[in-house]
Design a protein around this ligand. Structure first.
Ligand SMILES: Nc1ncnc2c1ncn2[C@@H]1O[C@H](COP(=O)(O)OP(=O)(O)OP(=O)(O)O)[C@@H](O)[C@H]1O
Ligand SMILES: [Mg+2]
Length: 125
């Protein structure tokens, strides 16, 4: 199994679009069992009456992953800020060991795992 980490120079640069494309290609054209992860998502999207981690939802749809959204996206923050700042603002402790365990679980249970980073490459996490 392989894990591919997608990051970019900034936020809004196309990480989700590219990751979804790669995930869909591997799943639909290559017949691979594809896993996805967006460990931290900050800036939820209002959909109807719900605030949702839209990147994680798009990644799940594109990949065909059956994993629970709570594994694909263990942490989501309402504030559209760097996750470290958003977690402090929202008083949420980010358990890196838990993220590691989920990562290992997803990596072990799929042929390939795509993980989208938060913001740009210099953002902590
Ligand atoms: N190659 C592209 N050509 C034109 N528009 C694009 C392209 N890639 C992404 N976009 C548009 O740019 C916007 C941001 O893309 P995307 O959500 O993939 O960025 P991101 O890097 O994942 O952002 P975030 O840091 O918020 O996760 C979207 O509205 C998307 O439609
Ligand atoms: Mg994104």
């Amino acid at each position: 199994m392989k894990a591919i980490f997608v990051t970019g120079t900034d936020t809004g640069i196309g990480k989700t679009v590219v990751t979804c494309g790669l995930a869909a290609f591997c799943s639909l054209r290559k017949g691979l069992d594809v896993g996805v992860m967006k460990p931290l998502e900050a800036g939820l999207t209002l959909h109807g009456k719900d605030l949702l981690p839209w990147d994680a939802i798009l990644l799940k749809e594109a990949s065909g992953s059956h994993d629970d959204l709570s594994l694909i996206n263990p942490y989501c923050f309402e504030s559209p800020l760097a996750p470290e700042t958003a977690s402090q603002l929202e008083h949420v402790h980010v358990d890196l060991e838990m993220l590691d365990r989920i990562y290992n679980q997803l990596e072990a249970s799929h042929d390939i795992l795509f993980m989208e980073g938060a913001g740009g490459v210099l953002v902590p996490y």
